[in-house]
Write a protein that binds this ligand. Structure first.
Ligand code: 5AD
Ligand code: SF4
Length: 443
């Protein structure tokens, strides 16, 4: 979502005459778009700000100037503290205020005091942001839902992104048409809790994510639809049916479970047990037999015993994941879990994480190897490191390398998978893929 948000910030700033640059040293303005989800992500902001201070000072000595801004969830959570710890920062603004950038930039340019904007405006920012200027790539992001009301006890999102909000169906469809018109053939629908989507439909009723996906699938030129991130307890029958009946919906689902222990899940306030998760994934696979799953895991949540952790390993064995993110529990200031007794020692967290990741890596490799021989539609969206090499994504989000001509850049191409590695595949071009190839079909 930060990638999407950054692109929207660029869209706003282009109207002020800014252009984006890859090099901070010649920039008139640098915006750090930040993540607060775990401590490590937040720490990075301050070390990065230290480096940028040197650039800013050099620029000022040379008679130039640089506006230094911190956006995103660290800005939202830390607010004025950033200005105290890093006084060379000119602007601090949270994720709900990007449409006010022109005004903030003007104020920072006139620059006496630093600008701080971490409001949650009543009128959603989406009403004020310009339509995305261009599809950066053939695969685009589209935020349909933002914020979260679930309050998992470890998580800062409800505090930093604010209350749950779903964009109206018409606005989403218009943006999707705009993106496909500009060349995108794959769209990933984004939301912190994307499957609790309940945007206002053109009929005045609330539509769920399943209905939204069916509507988007009607858009010509849009070949692949994905969505992330989902909350297990909010997967409803309508969404499961969409997996069964909408071929453009890719057979890959990121469905974070966090833990396999009912006790830990309850302490996390997750609203699903390990059994619910097992049943749900079974239902999804009955609807779409080639569906594959990825997940998020937290190890060392306060009070997690060795037995609890074993339950997580069992769940991983039973369900099977082709990809996953796993983290040591990181206490976030202001969240209930940070104040819980029985915090787990870091060394124990480290051991559990290594054991879990070892299992997950083996599952990922096994799946990648099992892909050998299959023909998969791959969206070749970037050049590889070697000349004549292209890289793209399979229906399962695996990076796939292949030898292909320059004209195939941006094309959906059928590749026969020749090898499966730990984190990627390689394959050979079979044929150009048409829309019929999109089902991630087994060969
Ligand atoms: N500590 C560790 N991991 C966390 N996540 C969210 N909050 C924390 C935390 N405090 C993980 C969850 C979530 C993912 C985006 O980040 O697994 O699904
Ligand atoms: Fe955080 Fe996701 Fe839980 Fe919401 S549902 S509180 S975003 S972990």
């Amino acid at each position: 979502m930060n990638v999407y948000d950054s692109a929207r910030m660029v869209d706003v700033l282009v109207s002020l005459g800014f252009v984006s640059t890859e090099r901070p040293d010649d920039a008139d303005m640098v915006i750090l778009n930040t993540c607060h989800i775990r401590e490590k992500a937040a720490e990075k902001v301050y070390s990065e700000l230290g480096r940028l201070r040197l650039l800013k000072e050099a620029k000022v000595r040379a008679g130039g100037r640089m506006i230094l801004a911190v956006a995103g969830c660290v800005a939202q959570a830390e607010g004025a503290e950033i200005l105290e710890r890093a006084p060379h920062v000119d602007m601090v603004f949270g994720p709900q205020t990007y449409h006010r950038l022109p005004e903030m930039v003007a104020r920072a340019s006139r620059a006496a005091g630093a600008v701080l904007d971490t409001d949650f405006p009543a009128d959603p920012k989406f009403d004020h942001l310009p339509a995305p200027g261009r599809a950066e790539a053939r695969a685009a992001f589209l935020t349909v839902q933002e914020g979260c009301d679930k309050f998992c006890t470890f998580c800062v999102v409800p505090y930093t992104r604010g209350a749950e909000y779903s964009r109206p169906v018409d606005a989403v469809v218009a943006e999707a048409e705009h993106l496909t018109g500009a060349g995108a053939c794959e769209i990933t629908l984004l939301g912190q809790n994307v499957n609790c989507y309940h945007g206002e439909g053109p009929d005045g009723r609330e539509w769920g994510l399943g209905a939204l996906i069916r509507r988007l699938a009607e858009i010509e030129g849009l070949e692949r639809i994905r969505y992330t991130t989902s909350y297990p307890a909010d997967v409803d029958d309508e969404l499961i049916a969409a997996h069964a009946e909408v071929p453009k919906l890719m057979p890959f689902l990121h469905l974070p479970v966090q833990s396999g222990s009912d006790r830990v899940l309850a302490a996390m306030n997750r609203r699903h047990g390990a059994g619910d998760y097992r049943r749900l994934t079974e239902k999804l696979r009955n609807a779409r037999p080639d569906l594959a799953l990825s997940s998020d895991f937290i190890v060392g949540f306060p009070g997690e015993t060795d037995d609890d952790f074993r339950a997580t390993l069992r769940l991983v064995e039973d369900v099977g994941f082709i990809q996953a993110y796993s983290f040591k529990y990181s206490p976030r200031p202001g969240t209930p879990a940070a104040a819980m007794p029985d915090q787990v020692e870091d060394a124990v967290k480290g051991e559990r994480l290594a054991e879990l990741q070892d299992l997950l890596n083996r599952q990922q490799l096994a799946f990648n190897e099992a892909c050998v021989g299959r023909v998969m539609p791959v969206l070749l969206d970037r050049r590889g490191r070697r000349p004549g090499q292209m890289v793209g994504r399979s229906p399962y989000m695996q990076p796939v390398h292949t030898e292909a001509s320059e004209e195939s850049l941006g094309a959906l191409v059928a590749l026969r998978i020749a090898a499966g590695y730990a984190n990627s595949l390689s394959g050979d071009v079979v044929d150009r893929a048409g829309p019929a190839m999109n089902a991630g079909n087994p060969a």
